[in-house]
Design a protein around this ligand. Sequence first.
Ligand code: XMP
Length: 512
Amino acid sequence: IIWIVDFGSQYTQLITRKTRELGYSSEIIALEECHKRFQEGHLPKCLVLSGGPQSVFEDPYDYSFIFEHKDLPVLGICYGMQLLGKFFGGVVEKGIIGEYGHADIHFTNQFKIAGTPGKMSVWMSHSDHVSRVPADFDVVMESSNKLVSGIKHKSKPIMGLQFHPEVEHSKHGKSILNYFYQKVANLSKDWNASEMLEEAFEMVREIGDKKVLCAFSGGVDSLVAATLSERILGKNLHCFFVDNGLLRIQDYNHIQKLKRETNLNIEIVDAKDDFLNALKSVDEPEQKRKIIGRMFIEIFEKKVHEYEKNHKIHFEYLLQGTLYPDVIESSPHINGGKSVTIKSHHNVGGLPERMKLKLLEPLRHLFKDEVREMGLSLGLKRDWVYRHPFPGPGLGVRILGAIEPEAIRMVQESDQILFEELIEAKLYQSTWQAFTVFLPIKTVGVKGDGRAYEHVICLRMVNSSDGMTANWSHFPHEFLETVSRRITNEVKGITRVVYDITSKPPGTIEWE
Ligand code: XMP
């Protein structure tokens, strides 16, 4: 397995993804963890040092623990290349000009990589640069600004790239990575869809004949996690789907379909009244999120006690569809391990501690697109594994202010109209998420011949690749018009429909 040491670059996850796409297994680890493993005698097949926002001048770390292993293949990307430059006795300088965004590079010193042209456009993001290359290295790539873009050790399997081969904008980046893994590091391929599935099955097999509880939302992650676990666990897997009263019409339809068309043992837990009572008159977004999170835990606890008492079933494991991006921790010395809480995301995070459940997370090494691929290979329908994400707190964060039954109805009905029209217009897959938001204000309108003084529905549709940044979806005006007309005609209490044209940042995707 290849270890990718995370120095805090925003592209580190992409290195892993590209590496896996090329057929090599890889994981992201923090520098401290990497050092610890080396000290314990565990070495990877190959090490990639990622980019990072800091400067090698301020980095006091002693990297000799890596380079004393002379046959260990090491690829340094951006910051990683500057570390190589500094460690092996070259000179790294603060740049007068930086290179950000597109840059043109070319090979030098007769260096060649099969399948790539001699000149290519790549993505850069640096101001420091290696100004004198260490004596043991050759310069193999240079930018049109005459800066060193690639270096290769004369005798060891070590290479440095100043640009980011992992991003799409680096045209032949994947071929360059492949060159390193194949020709420099001499690795053999060990990652593909069936390996991925086998590894996940193995994690489930390891728990043996135990009762497993799954907090099942019907979303892609819990569906794939449950489907693959069911193949091993059979009836030992119990899926609880909590109806908190804050679900969309499409969710109710979906869960019924899953009950009919899969082998999963799904129990729908009706907790509508509990949730709505607990949320009565609460209008502050964070407080709503906390209450919904707490209620989920309470409902699960109640359910588990009921199973122990009435059916003598004792759950030992909680199955969760946790994905790799939630598992990765970057180096604590880089970001202090802290980030600002914008929204307290709700999952079922409090469950395991309170209920002494062990966690079963068979997807914890996978990215979303890998999970989707796995879902398809398990025989799940394409539209089940390509559903839009839906937040844990559900419509609770799409009804601004206090949650009233009438507001739930209006947001549910308008959401269903939007959903139907997206499918009809074949636009569902052209957007990352699409939903309606209930605004707790009234505006004046005219319906028939009379004055109306009613509520507003906002349409929110965004394009994004990971939910971290997003732009509003530029859909045809005719489509927006149809949705608006249907909502004002069919949803009682709505006279006005608006379209949110805010990107993220500064707006978040959800309104609360
Ligand atoms: P924001 O609103 O933060 O949303 O821009 C980014 C993505 O995360 C989803 N989201 C959540 N998902 N629990 C979840 O599982 C949550 O509490 C939660 N809040 C937001 C949101 O729908 C979008 O896809």
